[in-house]
Ligand binder design. Structure first.
Ligand code: DHB
Ligand code: MG
Length: 221
């Protein structure tokens, strides 16, 4: 089994199930044009997030790590009329590209982007007594996953769904001797969530055009 086969199967299903999407195509192109790293989620995972937001009936979504706004647009599309998505992005360039993309998608009314270190923005939201979020997508620097989980849980309520991306990392997650700070961040996040009471979690491994990785699904009890 190889990346080319996983990509071919992604293409097969995407052709069958996902409609042509000029907006998302433009978002991908904008990331290439701005020379952002090619680490946006796949089309299939974008649709999966959209469906999860829909299934959960979320009205308030929090995203940590915007990049060019691909996943934010996918999730915001599933929000009701009065729904809101707050997305946090460290890089000014990514924030500029994303704000453009939100306008192009006609979603600037539903999506608020806060540029800066996500740890500070999360503390701001806590200080502001933000209403709890119904759905959280953690997809930023992996070193801070334990902190992002901890702060997201402070902004959650019973039933909040938290998805953490990239928790398998080609299987490196089980290498306890790793020197990779991103893998260490994932491992510390896993340890944190395993010891935390009042949450229920599972990890799902994925293969596809983005390689071999996975995500953690956590629900607040
Ligand atoms: C990386 C980050 C991501 O969010 C991702 O989906 C894939 C890779 C990275 O920083 O390596
Ligand atoms: Mg990711």
């Amino acid at each position: 089994m190889s990346l080319s086969q996983w990509t071919a199967v992604d293409n097969y299903y995407n052709n069958l199930l996902l409609p042509e999407d000029d907006i998302l195509d433009k978002v991908r192109q904008s990331a290439i044009d701005a020379e952002l790293p090619p680490i946006a989620i796949s089309d299939a995972f974008g649709k999966y997030l959209e469906l999860l937001v829909q299934i959960s009936g979320a009205k308030r979504v929090l995203e940590i790590g915007t990049l060019a706004g691909f996943s934010a647009i996918c999730m915001a599309r599933a929000l009701p009329e009065n729904g809101k998505l707050i997305t946090l992005e460290y890089e000014q360039k990514n924030a500029d590209v994303s704000r453009d993309n939100f306008k192009q998608a006609g979603l600037e009314g539903k999506i608020e982007l806060r540029q800066g270190a996500a740890l500070s923005s999360l503390q701001d939201l806590i200080r502001e007594n933000s209403e709890p979020f119904d759905f959280v997508f953690i997809d930023a620097d992996k070193e801070n996953i334990p902190n992002y989980l901890d702060l997201s849980l402070k902004l959650s309520r019973k039933g909040t769904v938290i998805i953490t991306d990239n928790v398998v990392r080609e299987g490196e997650v089980i290498n306890m001797d790793t020197d990779d700070e991103m893998v260490k961040g994932v491992q510390k996040g896993n340890e944190y969530i395993s010891k935390r009471s009042g949450v229920s979690s599972t990890a799902i491994q994925t293969v596809g055009e983005k390689g071999y990785d996975g995500f953690l699904l956590t629900v607040v009890e």
